[in-house]
Design a protein around this ligand. Structure first.
Ligand SMILES: [Fe+2]
Length: 182
């Protein structure tokens, strides 16, 4: 009887172990995905800032570019805390969202608030993707017992939320009305 219990405990433990490594692998893959996405944003945000007309919007994007560079560094710290080398894996979703942003720029006239509305929309899609990712990854890090990684990911999550809020305010307070009037 005792033997059976021991055996089944062992079986449960190895099953848990197996699930853990599967979950770990998934976690690492998702980190590579967002690492690629953040690095990609460092390249694309300047184009967005350049295409914007309202000075407040240009500033918001340029400020977020600096914050984004910090997110790249933070992800490197996360990899380091897991004893992993930082690795990027192409994020198809982020590539799609930024391509959509580029086509919004192509489809709208230079110097118009309508283009600014489009840029805000595109940037908010980026932020929402990041909020979903960092929220999920911070939770997953906690589940896996990676407290340091969870703390770092939570800091970035807060900054993405703040950027999103800033863009909403910009749309509500000025840009949408200006576009509506032009
Ligand atoms: Fe970010």
């Amino acid at each position: 009887m005792e033997k059976t219990t021991k055996r089944s405990n062992k079986a449960t433990m190895s099953k848990t172990h197996e699930n853990d490594s599967r979950l770990e692998e998934f976690f690492h893959d998702e980190l590579k995905d967002i690492y690629w996405a953040e690095k990609h944003l460092v390249k694309t945000l300047p184009k967005m800032a350049k295409a914007a007309t309202a000075q407040d919007l240009k500033t918001a994007i340029t400020d977020h570019l600096e914050v984004t560079k910090g997110h790249v560094t933070r992800l490197e710290q996360v990899f380091e805390s897991l004893n992993q080398k930082p690795q990027a894996k192409k994020c198809e979703a982020m590539e799609g969202i930024t391509k959509e942003g580029e086509s919004i720029i192509e489809d709208t006239e230079d110097g118009t608030s309508t283009r600014d509305v489009g840029i805000i929309l595109a940037c908010q899609k980026v932020e929402h993707y990041e909020i979903a990712t960092y929220g999920g990854l911070a939770q997953l890090a906690k589940t896996l017992g990676y407290e340091d990684a969870a703390g770092i990911l939570t800091k970035t999550l807060a900054e993405e939320k703040e950027a999103d809020k800033g863009l909403t305010e910009l749309a509500e307070n000025t840009v949408n009305e200006q576009a509506h009037a032009e």
